[in-house]
Design a protein around this ligand. Structure first.
Ligand SMILES: [Zn+2]
Length: 214
């Protein structure tokens, strides 16, 4: 094993990737290409400055500002081919970083306003992950601030594709004012069906939310 530098050592160590949002976590170069290919406006004129644009939002200490970047990435990724590519590249990159197992996550209903049915989004993501050599699973995220049946539909999808590559259900999105208890019936249904869950908690609301999620 090469131990010339801590980074080289870290890259070579076997790792398990547990928390990667693909709807906001694609390669910047791919995002730039997808934006251009779809005729969408990029907030920056080149790949390097687009990366800087995202870093500025990530360091703004605001979950809401951080989530703004998702609007851009979701629009860029909103074709089955792009979703498949993003999933595949994420798995390839994780493998290159030394991952031996990975769980990626995505909110499939985010793509419906752009014309991609949630089922097609899930199937494209699963196809992309399956094309990689990395053992992996997909977690489906319900957006906790939506109360029009979207979280329930996401749970339905997670249960439908469980065993076909979907390994869990998650609640994501802006947290303050949207405690998990507001989706208690859906969460109970997922739990009773035996599908594992990961609920975002305590990032943008009080610490008690972590206890509530547990
Ligand atoms: Zn997360």
């Amino acid at each position: 094993m090469n131990i010339e530098s801590p980074e080289a050592l870290a890259r070579q160590m076997p790792k398990v990737l547990l928390h990667e949002h693909l709807d906001g976590g694609l390669r910047v170069a791919t995002l730039f290409e997808l934006l251009a290919g779809r005729g969408l406006h990029s907030p920056a004129p080149d790949v390097a400055s687009l990366a800087a644009w995202f870093s500025a939002r990530a360091l703004a200490h605001s979950l809401e500002q951080y989530l703004q970047g998702f609007g851009l990435t979701v629009a860029a990724m909103a074709t089955p081919a792009a979703l498949e590519r993003v999933a595949f590249e994420a798995a390839v990159d994780a493998l290159a970083d030394g991952a031996v197992l990975a769980e990626f996550r995505i909110a499939p209903l985010l793509f419906e306003p752009h014309g991609v049915p949630a089922e097609a989004a899930v199937e494209a993501m699963l196809a992309g992950l399956a094309r990689s050599a990395l053992p992996s699973g997909l977690i489906l995220c319900g957006m906790r601030h939506q109360f029009g049946g979207e979280v329930e539909r996401t749970a339905d999808l997670a249960l439908r594709y469980a065993g076909q590559g979907v390994v869990g259900f998650d609640l994501a999105g802006p947290e303050a004012g949207f405690p998990p208890a507001r989706h208690a019936a859906t969460l109970a249904r997922v739990r009773n069906a035996g599908l594992p869950m990961t609920l975002h908690a305590g990032e943008a609301d009080v610490a008690e939310r972590v206890l509530e999620a547990a």
